[in-house]
Design a protein around this ligand. Structure first.
Ligand SMILES: [Ca+2]
Ligand SMILES: [Ca+2]
Ligand SMILES: [Ca+2]
Length: 364
């Protein structure tokens, strides 16, 4: 093989021509790769004068559960050796970073266009962003990629005036998909409100959402599902009554509430809310906590037989003090004995007369 150097002809182009000539000149079926010859290899590496060039910073977005990354600026590697084949073409992109689940593929070797994509499913709830480095590899001096050059090192950042070791950094943010519904912190809530009062917050319900972005994980709205309930709920989950309630009319309400995230996804399960109406406390004698009718707590007639010992007169009555401090209690009980007439009145009659009178009454 004879190579004649003509004045003005680019050396790299000339040597590439020699490779082609060498390929064609070899006997058929017994191909001897020219780059296995050390001297030839030495010449060939000089063909690839330039390393590829890519930007030093890329920002990317990927929607979770998909595999395509949109990069800004687009991934394009340039090589000054173009249009020389191999040396001016882009054969690969390398991605380096701690567990970055991405790879970059070459779409067009000549133009240097590439595409960054996920190697495995991207889950926004597990990781929201990734930072890693990328480098472009040209195709070297010929088939097999011998003498390929890289655009950047992915190791340490070094500022060298003659060699650019700066890294090309890619920052990818993962876009959220609204996969999860709000979930209440409790299936059942309960609270109470004093009758006759309108309370701003009887109780507060709370729901959370597992999505990764504020838009799809924040609770934007709570709603009362039960119709015609005298209650309202605000966007923070505070439940209030819209009118004063009466213990006598209805002492307990059960309502259903639901929640929506800011993507309008509704909670799969509603929460049940119990609201009890507390009666107004009035100090005094009361029949019982549940029964406000005082007449049900005592009886006009009390039967007593001699020898029974002490007997409570009003066992169902209690003194409601409304949790106030009591210094003393004075109670007067009047016994109506006027209707008895000449009966077993122990205060009026002597023991002897009493025995006679009472026996007479019992015999009547
Ligand atoms: Ca090159
Ligand atoms: Ca959600
Ligand atoms: Ca999600």
């Amino acid at each position: 093989m004879v190579v004649v150097v003509k004045p003005g002809l680019d050396r790299s182009v000339l040597i590439f021509g020699a490779v082609v000539i060498a390929d064609r000149a070899l006997p058929d079926g017994k191909f001897n790769a020219p780059w296995t010859n050390p001297s030839f290899f030495h010449a060939l590496t000089k063909v690839n004068k330039h390393k590829p060039w890519i930007e030093t910073s890329y920002r990317g977005v990927i929607t979770e559960n998909t595999d395509m990354v949109l990069l800004d600026p687009p991934l394009v590697a340039l090589d000054k050796d173009a249009p020389v084949p191999y040396a001016g073409e882009i054969c690969a992109f390398g991605v380096h970073g701690s567990d970055a689940p991405f790879e970059a593929v070459v779409l067009n070797r000549t133009s240097g266009e590439g595409q960054l994509r996920a190697r495995s499913p991207i889950d926004c709830e597990r990781q929201r962003e990734y930072t890693f480095t990328i480098q472009a590899h040209d195709c070297g001096s010929g088939p097999g990629g011998i003498g390929a050059k890289k655009s950047h090192n992915y190791g340490h950042i070094r500022n060298n005036s003659s060699i650019n070791y700066k890294r090309a950094v890619v920052h990818v943010q993962v876009g959220d998909v609204n996969e999860f519904s709000p979930v209440f912190s409790s299936a059942v809530y309960s609270g109470s409100v004093q009758e006759g009062r309108v309370c701003d917050s009887i109780l507060q319900v709370d729901a959370t959402d597992r999505d990764c972005s504020p838009q799809y994980s924040q609770i934007c709205n709570y709603q009362i599902v039960t119709e015609n309930a005298p209650f309202a709920i605000d966007r923070n989950g505070n439940i209030r009554n819209t009118e004063s309630l009466s213990f006598d009319t209805q002492s307990h309400y059960e309502i259903s509430v639901t929640a929506f995230d800011c993507g309008q996804k509704r909670a799969t399960r509603s929460a049940t809310v119990h609201i009890h109406v507390k009666p107004i406390c009035k100090p005094g004698w009361q029949a019982s906590c549940q029964d406000k009718d005082i007449t049900k707590g005592w009886s006009k007639r009390v039967d007593y037989e001699p020898g029974m010992g002490s007997k409570p007169l009003f066992p169902k009555m209690h003194l409601e003090t409304c949790e106030g401090t009591v210094s003393s209690v004075r109670t007067t009980v009047e016994l109506q004995t006027g209707h008895i007439g000449k009966g077993c009145d122990r205060e009026t009659y002597s023991e002897k007369s009493l025995q006679k009178l009472c026996v007479d009454i019992l015999l009547q």
